[in-house]
Design a binder for this molecule. Structure first.
Ligand SMILES: *[C@@H]1O[C@H](CO)[C@@H](O)[C@H](O)[C@H]1NC(C)=O
Ligand SMILES: *[C@@H]1O[C@H](CO)[C@@H](O)[C@H](O)[C@H]1NC(C)=O
Ligand SMILES: *[C@@H]1O[C@H](CO)[C@@H](O)[C@H](O)[C@H]1NC(C)=O
Ligand SMILES: CC(=O)N[C@H]1CO[C@H](CO)[C@@H](O)[C@@H]1O
Length: 354
């Protein structure tokens, strides 16, 4: 099936705060600054729209994404995607399709031009499980079972409207049963499992190409207590590549998290091995970070996606445009580093508690 996501977040403004406790430490001035940042960033992006269109940005992005999906289909031994498109549309997807204004006959050039945009927060969250010093690579799968995904992030500078070609995306997500590699901590699987410190699966760093695009192969994340399904971003600028294929120095222009459509998450969670995780699911609508990233903004931090084949097992291709203010600098917190001798907890402890 060919399944589209066009997740409208505009209605979220009316939703009450799901996790008020987490917000108490943040004062009104901070909230106001955040709101002003989002308004400025959105204005910046709106001002960019004409320029991006004129440069052929949308046409280029559409054909690149269509080509990528064809490549993925080839790799998995599937037929070209336009062979049977009409029959392939999932009935259950109809509400998404009509919301997005797509029909069965929508050409791929239009389909892949749809662009969710994530406008970055002035102060996103790294969470407790950022591991500094991960490897530069595109395939992060590391033998982890789950729904294969290929994700594409296109980084655009909100001030210049240019793709940011020198940006590095440091990405990580938990595995199908909700455990992060590279850390040993309470709230992350078996906290006695020291071997997990040396595990690098589902983490890595990629550099943008000439279009500001970073692509990774990974698996669809599972879930853990209190959080909706998500991926992390730390975006580095002016960093230096070391001989061992890791990154050092530079500045961090963005810290944030990306999400998936709730319907899709539910479908994935019904499959093995995701369905062996008995921890209660937290939906997007109840997630503190999802709320923070979408409240008072038109930012849409949810991947647009298509099924690569007829089934989840054939994989998904997801894409998102990420608007970054490259003059901004952040200082992401981390509790673990990957070294030549494997993963090491900061300060010799077992790292920050979840
Ligand atoms: C980008 O960041 C700089 C420095 O913090 C700020 O002056 C500028 O207003 C920001 N631009 C946008 C569009 O948010
Ligand atoms: C998820 O990762 C943990 C820690 O490495 C591992 O014990 C668990 O088996 C993994 N889940 C699956 C389904 O492989
Ligand atoms: C890579 O090299 C740096 C500099 O020598 C070192 O600090 C780091 O531990 C190395 N990382 C890995 C994964 O080998
Ligand atoms: C197909 C689609 O929705 N394209 C939009 C992508 O975003 C730009 C800039 O915000 C719009 O101008 C396009 O119409």
């Amino acid at each position: 099936m060919l399944y589209l996501s066009q997740f409208a977040i505009l209605g979220l403004a009316t939703i009450s705060l799901a996790h008020p406790g987490e917000h108490h430490s943040r004062n009104d001035i901070h909230e106001l600054a955040k709101r002003e940042f989002k308004v400025a960033a959105r204005r910046g992006l709106e001002a960019c729209a004409g320029k991006l269109e004129a440069r052929g940005y949308h046409t280029e992005a559409a054909s690149r994404r269509a080509a990528k999906v064809e490549t993925l289909r080839h790799r998995r031994g599937l037929l070209p995607s336009n062979s049977n498109k009409r029959d392939a549309v999932d009935v259950d997807a109809k509400s998404h399709l009509s919301t997005a204004g797509y029909t069965f006959d929508t050409p791929e050039s239009t389909l892949f031009a749809s662009n969710g945009t994530c406008i970055l927060n002035p102060e996103g969250e790294t969470g407790p499980f950022y591991v500094k010093g991960e490897l530069i690579r595109e395939d992060l799968t590391g033998g982890e079972p789950g729904v294969p995904i290929t994700i594409e992030g296109q980084f655009i500078d909100v001030e210049t409207c240019e793709p940011i070609t020198e940006i590095w995306w440091d990405v990580w997500n938990c595995n199908s049963t909700g455990v992060y590699s590279g850390v040993q901590s309470m709230g992350n699987g078996n906290s006695n499992d020291a071997s997990n410190l040396d595990n690098t699966a589902l983490r890595g760093i990629g550099k943008a190409d000439e279009y500001g695009v970073v692509t990774f192969d990974s698996i669809f994340p599972g879930h853990y207590s209190g959080r909706a399904t998500h991926h992390h971003i730390v975006a580095h600028l002016d960093a230096t590549v070391l001989e061992n294929g890791t990154l050092t120095g530079g500045t961090v222009a963005h810290v944030g998290q990306l999400f998936w459509d709730q319907d899709l998450i539910t479908a994935v969670e019904a499959t093995a091995p995701y369905n062996t995780n008995s921890i209660a699911v937290t939906e997007n609508i109840d997630d503190r970070v999802f709320y923070t990233e979408t409240d008072g903004t038109e930012s849409d931090p949810v991947f647009e996606y298509v099924y690569v084949g007829d089934e989840l097992a054939d994989g998904l291709f997801g894409w998102i445009t990420i608007a970054v203010n490259s003059s901004a600098t952040y200082d992401p917190k981390y509790s673990f580093t990957l070294t030549a001798n494997g993963g090491v907890a900061q300060g010799g402890g077992t790292g920050m508690k979840a």
